[in-house]
Structure formats: structure tokens, C-alpha cells
Design a protein around this ligand. Structure first.
Ligand code: SAM
Ligand code: GLN
Length: 283
């Protein structure tokens, strides 16, 4: 009889292995990976520490543990991530949705727009979360990456909003020529190439570079969106941009220079200026 390990033994081993790799949350990750391999909840693991794990499941878990040991993001290993209370399919073609981006989604929803453009939609998390929460709203979502748009469409179908989210491929606002919206929202890339080495290995080595990096000018995309969005906003419409830590004041300045009114900075839960908004048009 080959030895089978118990739930508690595998978790202890997983914690050691992930700790050794410098993972931030080794216990949580080892538990999530084992719960997922067994098809049970984490609560089940705590209630059944002595239960033996069958060999095939153990092999599957070990394989995933090794991926996490190489610092692959948990979301890519599981193939899913939670955002704004919804589950999204994620693959290495798209950025893993971040909790701080929920500030942008909340701000869009609070404006109750009839039409929204989401520029650089990635997994579609912003467009889909807005459409689910505002059933009367039509959303147009763009991305330069065709493979990202495939994942975004899958997520729109998964949440039953494929009829109200329209996906278009192309550079920033260019696929929306001639169209105007109540809100133009974007979480564009905003990490300068010079900051690349400071990123966590999960981000630096696994997430798509074209979703994060901007070359020498970290505000390249914000600059272009501030300069061009007025062609795509209705009178009184809002431009809403996510920014990186320390970028909010500079982006607020870009919006003011471009003639936006009521320019404001909204903080995330960590108190970091995370979203900059401005209103287009005469008063
Ligand atoms: N909206 C998603 C989110 O919040 O999780 C993804 C944001 S990610 C920071 C930026 C996205 O912009 C990526 O999906 C990337 O493919 C896309 N992108 C990069 N350059 C672009 C461009 N020139 N035009 C349109 N989309 C672009
Ligand atoms: N918040 C991401 C990170 O630094 C960056 C996302 C972006 O460039 N828009 O992990």
C-alpha cells in the first residue's frame, strides 16, 4: 500500500514550500490550491485535517504548488479571479483584476451613465461589472490585444451581459471614431520601464508586459486620453482614469490643462489617490 498523505500534512508541506519561495501568503495559497484540487471549500479543510487525499489529487495539487512556487499568480493557476463580487475567467493573456480597480467601477456606476467606453478592457472586468450593475447601460470596450478581447467576451457571456457590452479591437480611442459617451473610463498601463524591477515577481515575470508597462513616460496613456477623449464625450460627460501610486496630482493637472472641469481625485481603501475624474464641456 503506498502511503497517502492527510490534508493537514499536505498543507504543512505546501506552506513550507511556498514560504521558501518568498510567497506573501503561503498558508492561504497552499489551502486555496488544495481546496481547489479536492473541489471543496477551505472550511472543509479545517474540519477534516486527518482525511487522506487520494494519489491523483495529490499529484494535481503538487503540480499546481510547483507553479505557485515559481511565483505564477494564483489567479492564472486557478483560471479565475474575483472582482467586484463577480468571478472572472483569467488567463496569462490578461492582467489579473486588482481590488483597487473597484474604485473606478464604483465611480462609473455612481454616475449612472447610459453609455460607457472602457479603454484597455483586458479581462473585461470593468465593462462587465458596470453592465451587471447598470442593466440599462450600453458599454463599448476596446483593447489592442485580440486574445484579451476573447477572454473579455467570455466573461461578458458568463455574466449574461454580452448583449450590452460591445468589444472592439484597436489603439485606445481609435475604434470609437465618431462615437460619444457619457463616461470614458480606463485603467491604462502606468508602470514606467524603469520601475519594472521593483514589481513583484508575479507581476513582472507572468503578467502581460503590454498591460503594465509604458516605456519611459509612465503617463503616456493618460496624456493621450486627456488630449483625445473630448472627441468621445457628450457635453457634461466624464473622463475617469485609474492612476498609479503618486500619479494622481500630475494626472489631475493633465485634465485641467485639457479643459476638464470639476477635476477630482478619489482614494482607494489604502488611502492612495487612485482615480482621477473630470467633466467635459461648458457649464
Ligand atoms: N481593464 C483591465 C483591468 O482593469 O484589469 C485591464 C487593464 S491593463 C492595466 C491595460 C490594458 O490595456 C491591457 O489589457 C492592454 O492589452 C491594453 N492596452 C495596452 N495598450 C493599448 C492600446 N494602445 N490601446 C488599447 N488597449 C491597450
Ligand atoms: N496596479 C498594477 C500594478 O502595479 C498596475 C496596473 C496598471 O498598470 N494599470 O500591479
Amino acid at each position: 500500500m503506498p502511503d497517502t498523505a492527510t490534508i493537514a500534512q499536505l498543507i504543512a508541506e505546501g506552506v513550507r514550500r511556498l514560504q521558501g519561495a518568498g510567497v506573501d501568503t503561503p498558508r492561504l495559497d497552499a489551502e486555496i490550491l488544495l481546496a481547489d484540487a479536492l473541489g471543496v471549500s477551505r472550511a472543509y479543510l479545517f474540519a477534516h485535517p486527518e482525511e487522506e487525499v487520494d494519489e491523483a489529487t495529490e499529484r494535481e495539487w503538487r503540480c499546481r504548488l510547483e507553479r505557485r512556487h515559481r511565483r505564477e499568480p494564483l489567479a492564472y493557476i486557478l483560471g479565475r479571479a474575483e472582482f467586484y463580487g463577480l468571478e472572472f475567467t483569467v488567463t496569462p493573456e490578461v492582467l489579473v483584476p486588482r481590488p483597487e480597480t473597484e474604485v473606478l467601477v464604483e465611480t462609473v456606476i455612481a454616475a449612472e451613465p447610459a453609455t460607457v467606453a472602457d479603454i484597455g478592457t483586458g479581462s473585461g472586468c470593468i465593462a462587465v461589472a458596470v453592465a451587471v450593475n447598470l442593466p440599462q447601460t450600453q458599454v463599448w470596450a476596446t483593447d489592442i490585444s485580440e486574445s484579451a478581447l476573447r477572454i473579455a467576451l467570455e466573461n461578458a457571456r458568463r455574466h449574461g451581459v454580452a448583449q450590452c457590452v460591445h468589444f472592439l479591437q484597436g489603439d485606445l480611442l481609435q475604434p470609437l471614431a465618431g462615437m460619444r459617451f457619457d463616461v470614458v473610463a480606463s485603467n491604462p498601463p502606468y508602470v514606467a520601464e524603469s520601475e519594472r524591477l521593483m514589481l513583484q515577481p508575479e507581476v513582472r515575470d507572468w503578467e502581460p508586459a503590454h498591460a503594465l508597462l509604458t516605456g519611459d513616460d509612465p503617463l503616456q496613456f493618460h496624456r493621450q486620453l486627456a488630449a483625445e477623449s473630448h472627441f468621445h464625450l457628450r457635453e457634461g460627460g466624464w473622463l475617469m482614469l485609474e492612476v498609479g501610486m503618486g500619479q494622481a496630482e500630475a494626472v489631475a493637472g493633465l485634465l485641467e490643462q485639457a479643459g476638464y472641469r470639476q477635476v477630482r481625485i478619489l482614494n482607494d481603501l489604502a488611502g492612495i489617490g487612485r482615480v482621477v475624474v473630470g467633466r467635459y464641456g461648458q457649464r
